[in-house]
Design a binder for this molecule. Structure first.
Ligand code: NAI
Length: 335
């Protein structure tokens, strides 16, 4: 236990060092099912010095509520017509704006609505805060990330080191589900999940973890399916009221924290994320999720996949053509 004086010293130290850095983070879609708990979790992150909450509805109310929490960061809410103000001086922008799935829908079914929402938000970021790091949560991530990239390119401000599709929920689920079937703490069952973020494009590399490599046969098929389609369990249980929001907010805050740690100079921060990647460019796949080292400029280093089992190779072979189609669809939308 820390003494009261030591606790205060730690508190003031972490406050002054983070305050000196001034890391303003914006959430676009802050009034939604993900946006609200994500805003709450970002308010608790000591790396965030200011929080800018924007939505076409409800953001000032969420901001007023979250602003009463006793952490140092300053919170401001912005209504529909104040997007540019919300984006001023932001270092990181997280985008959970858009519609979620209903039972029976795939993530691709959201394309028609979410593509234009994401494109318009990306155009505003390009205009107001072109150097911001952008974290895309809005689905279909396999297409919305290329949409943001193309929009930034059109504006002449695309830097691939600063654009991320948030696939952390797949990583969180994989650790949890593997922990469940092996009776291990999920901290010990962390799985690298690569590829994209929908169905067959989600490729867990179970063989690369001590607990995962023992899983074979039917148990292997089952856990792979659960990692790929875990989102459907939530959509079904919510019965028309949407998709994962709380676990997604947790995953979004976890990824934002990893990025903020990298940006602040911490070394060795590695996590899977969907970025512009050379790994499968020769097969026409411009964006791919794999372990990425995060640093002061965002993407520091894209790590190779390592050894795959024949089963994992088969999953990857199924991922590539789907992912390629999803990426092309996003690019075509902006062109
Ligand atoms: P929701 O409907 O509860 O919230 C979406 C919010 O976006 C609403 O408050 C809405 O007013 C706002 N919005 C709509 N258009 C906007 C615009 N132009 N500017 C700013 N805000 C706008 O939906 P929920 O459950 O929060 O999901 C949001 C998105 O996240 C969906 O596309 C969903 O598919 C996706 N998602 C992604 C996951 C991932 O792993 N990357 C996991 C779960 C959901």
């Amino acid at each position: 236990m820390l003494s009261r004086t030591a606790f205060r010293a730690v508190q003031s130290r972490s406050f002054s060092s983070s305050a000196a850095r001034q890391t303003k983070v914006a959430v676009l879609g802050a009034g939604g099912g993900i946006g609200q708990p994500l805003s709450l979790l970002l308010k608790l992150d000591p790396h965030v010095t200011a929080l800018s909450l924007y939505d076409i509805r409800g953001a000032p109310g969420v901001a007023a509520d979250v602003s009463h929490i006793d952490s140092a960061s300053h919170v401001t809410g912005y209504p529909a017509d104040k997007l540019d103000e919300a984006l001023k001086d932001v270092k990181v922008v997280v985008i959970p704006a858009g519609v979620p799935r209903k039972p029976g829908m795939t993530r691709d079914d959201l394309f028609n609505t979410n593509a234009s929402i994401v494109r318009d938000l990306a155009a505003a970021i390009a205009r107001v805060s072109p150097e911001a790091h952008i974290l895309v949560i809005s689905n279909p991530v396999n297409s919305t990330v290329p949409i943001v990239a193309e929009t930034l390119k059109k504006a002449g401000v695309f830097d691939p080191r600063r654009l991320f599709g948030v696939t952390t929920l797949d990583v969180v689920r994989a650790a949890r589900f593997l922990g469940e079937i092996t009776n291990a703490d999920p901290k010990e069952t962390v799985v690298t999940v690569v590829g994209g973020h929908s169905g067959a494009t989600i490729v867990p590399l179970l063989s690369q973890t001590p607990f995962g490599k023992a899983i074979k046969g039917e148990a292997y098929e089952k856990i792979v399916h659960r990692i790929q389609y875990g989102g459907d369990e939530v959509v079904k249980a919510k019965d028309g009221a949407g998709s994962a929001t709380l676990s997604m907010a947790y995953a979004g805050a976890k990824f934002a924290n990893a990025l903020l740690r990298g940006l602040s100079g911490e070394k060795g921060v590695v996590t899977p994320t969907f970025v512009k990647s050379p790994l499968f460019e020769d097969q026409g796949v411009e964006f791919f999720s794999s372990d990425v080292e995060l640093g002061v400029n965002g993407v520091e280093n894209i790590l190779p996949l390592g050894n795959l089992t024949p089963e994992e190779q088969a999953l990857l072979d199924a991922c590539i053509p789907d992912l390629k189609k999803n990426i092309e669809k996003g690019k075509a939308f902006v062109a």
